[in-house]
Design a protein around this ligand. Structure first.
Ligand code: GDP
Ligand code: ZN
Length: 458
């Protein structure tokens, strides 16, 4: 297969001393050779060896940059095409100059994710592995990184393939017996369908069980910071994030919108949401904020409910405490640098003691206690299991659920001896849905959509 030649900077721009340009395609070596001078021409160097040389402008012959080039011939490369890596050590400006020269040859700039897309198309990665590469690039915590890494290894693909293998065998069996409408053959096939689909459903359930966990770890535990205006929600967000993203003001109700911030507390990734004060209001702008707060509250895995240590509890807050029953909540009485006005006994009567924290953000006192309370809630053991294949991708979760649904329907039909040729449709559907997870039978547009999520150069 002939592919055009693409190039991009594949290291993060402006980061280290070295920058790498990756060139891939049928003519990758020939095109690079046009701007590269070395003792042995690139077209003749052995694969996977480092070649010292110079980049020059073919128009005037002037040297532009001293570089190292590595030729990786197909199929032993990431894209399974001929690949040249050009290692420049002159920083951003010079790497851009080298790339520009390449692009003046018969080379075009790679689209985001195009290298990985080629790796997929050429059979180097399946779709779940390719998506895991996206997750790797984006993962926000060490644990999420490990999960994504496992997926690149193909742990999920392997499970899916096993289940599909069982289903295809079942389908073959059904196919053979469709032409024998005798009663006992019907009966035997039906019970086989029930057994096999029950087993497949159990496998899918095992994968789905990890899904909520995987989601938490990849995107962070969704944590809503709620409370009346001016109690210190934005200050808390800032203190935890240690950078000033939310605006802190003295005017009550100035947090109009929900602001997000990712933080890691004792290794637990949290996605913090600062919400406008939850209360009835007549101000329209404020109302939008309140509406969003309610949504945030519903979606939250954890709620940080902030009250003022320096004020008696407000009736809104008493109502709020009722609403929060049954939710994972930590109550924070802030501003302990000021005299106590809040009745802590009321708080303790609604929440367990280890979930009530008094602190002063202003004086940076008690924040460690808050962090302890948060990790206490979540590291009671359940998040530690490591041996599972994690499903952390929304698309995968949806497909697993659809496959499960079809199997369930097939199983139920088999139990009441619906003709087996009708049940076959359900099994086939399940098999197809599972195939979509690993990129079997996915549409061109879905592939484009998935790969366009990549950063440039990957
Ligand atoms: P929000 O409306 O709940 O988001 O509250 P802010 O974070 O905007 O804070 C409201 C005001 O309380 C600001 O003037 C903060 O500086 C102040 N504040 C926050 N934390 C403390 C604290 O621990 N002690 C005192 N005395 N003031 C605080
Ligand atoms: Zn605020």
């Amino acid at each position: 297969m002939i592919s055009d030649t693409i190039a991009a900077i594949s290291t993060a721009v402006g980061e280290a001393g070295i920058a790498i340009i990756r060139v891939s395609g049928t003519d990758a070596v020939k095109e690079t050779e046009r701007i590269f001078k070395s003792k042995t021409p690139l077209t003749e160097v052995p694969t996977h060896t480092v070649t010292y040389g110079h980049i020059f402008n073919p128009k005037d012959g002037i040297k532009v940059e001293e570089v190292l080039a590595i030729v990786m011939r197909a199929p032993r490369s990431f894209t399974m095409e001929d690949v040249v890596e050009i290692h420049c050590h002159g920083g951003v400006v010079s790497v851009k100059r080298v790339l520009d020269l390449l692009l003046q040859q018969d080379v075009r700039l790679a689209e985001p994710g195009e290298f990985t897309k080629r790796a997929f198309i050429n059979g180097r990665l399946d779709l779940s592995q390719a998506e895991a590469v996206i997750d790797l690039i984006r993962s926000k915590s060490d644990r999420a990184f490990n999960i994504a890494l496992k997926q690149v290894d193909g742990a999920l693909s392997k499970k899916i393939k096993q289940i599909r293998h069982e289903l295809i065998e079942l389908m073959a069996h059904i196919e053979v017996n469709i032409d024998y409408p005798e009663h006992d053959v019907q009966e035997m096939t039906s019970s086989l369908i029930v057994n096999k689909s029950t087993a497949a459903i159990e496998e899918i359930d095992r994968l789905l069980k990890t899904a909520s966990e995987g989601k938490i770890l990849r995107e962070g535990i969704v944590t809503a910071i709620v409370g009346r205006p001016n109690v210190g929600k934005s200050s808390l967000l800032n203190a935890l994030a240690q950078e000033n993203k939310a605006i802190v003001t003295d005017i009550p109700g100035t947090t109009r919108d929900v602001i997000e911030e990712f933080v890691t507390i004792n290794g637990i990734p949290l996605k913090l949401l600062d919400t406008a004060g939850i209360r009835e209001t007549t101000d329209l702008v404020e109302q939008i904020g309140v509406e969003k707060s309610r949504n945030a509250l519903e979606q939250a895995d954890l709620i940080l409910f902030v009250v003022n240590y320096n004020e008696p509890l407000h009736e809104d807050e008493l109502a709020m405490m009722q609403q929060l029953q049954g939710k994972q909540t930590i109550v924070i009485a802030n501003k302990t640098d000021l005299p106590q006005q809040v009745d802590l006994k009321v708080l303790y009567s609604h929440f367990p003691a280890q979930q009530v924290v008094t602190l002063s953000i202003l004086e940076q006192e008690g924040l460690d206690q808050l962090e302890k309370a948060i990790s206490g809630l979540f590291f009671s053991g359940t998040l530690e299991s490591n041996d599972l294949t994690y499903v952390s991708n929304v698309r995968h979760i949806a497909l697993l659920k659809q496959a499960r649904q079809s199997l369930e329907e097939g199983k139920e039909a088999a139990e009441v001896y619906v003709p087996i040729d009708m049940i076959q449709i359900d099994i086939r559907l399940a098999w197809e849905r599972l195939g979509e997870i690993i990129g079997d039978a996915v549409s061109e547009s879905l592939i484009d959509q998935i790969f366009s999520q990549f950063c440039l150069g990957k």
